[in-house]
Design a protein around this ligand. Structure first.
Ligand code: HEM
Length: 133
């Protein structure tokens, strides 16, 4: 693995470690207030970023400039959303969580567009090579 796929995957590993540490901390404290933070850090940070990393690794046609913008938006969304959920569940305002959610949804929409574009025959080296043969 290399390139943007690896960047997504390395981020996923980092978020997975952070999410698990938060889970351990919650268990140790017997205070589960931050369970939604833990869940989103693991599911958006670890699981989603890892799946996307695998996709870009397996689909070089999609791993171009849009994939880098996707990474930037997904990262920004996560870094707003995770503390934002923490603030929201502790009663200190929801604005950051809302903005983070919107950026995160936008990053997923960009992923859908990029995925769709990568399916076009002109972007797929395997299809071009196959039809040229
Ligand atoms: C070392 C690893 C982990 C530890 C110690 C841990 C610990 C915890 C704890 C203590 C809770 C709160 C349970 C409660 O409210 O009674 C929790 C909830 C949860 N965890 Fe984990 N967890 C770990 C890994 C993961 C992973 C890898 C995922 C997902 C990929 C995950 C997803 C969730 C979800 C969805 C919830 C429910 C959140 C909610 O009720 O709002 N956890 N975990």
């Amino acid at each position: 693995m290399k390139g943007i796929g690896l960047v997504f995957f390395a981020s996923a590993a980092f978020y997975g470690l952070a999410g698990m540490c938060l889970g351990l901390w919650m268990g140790g404290q017997q205070d589960f207030t931050l369970a939604p933070v833990h869940a989103h850090l693991n599911l958006l940070g670890f699981v989603t970023m890892a799946l996307v990393g695998f996709f870009y690794h397996l689909t070089p046609a999609a791993a171009g400039r849009l994939a880098k913008v996707h990474f930037g938006m997904a990262t920004l969304g996560l870094w707003l959303m995770i503390p934002g959920i923490g603030l929201a569940v502790t009663g200190r305002g929801e604005a950051m969580a809302i903005v983070g959610s919107l950026v995160t949804v936008a990053s997923m929409a960009l992923f859908v567009v990029n995925l769709g574009l990568s399916l076009r025959p002109s972007r797929r080296r395997d299809v071009v090579a196959h039809s040229a043969a």
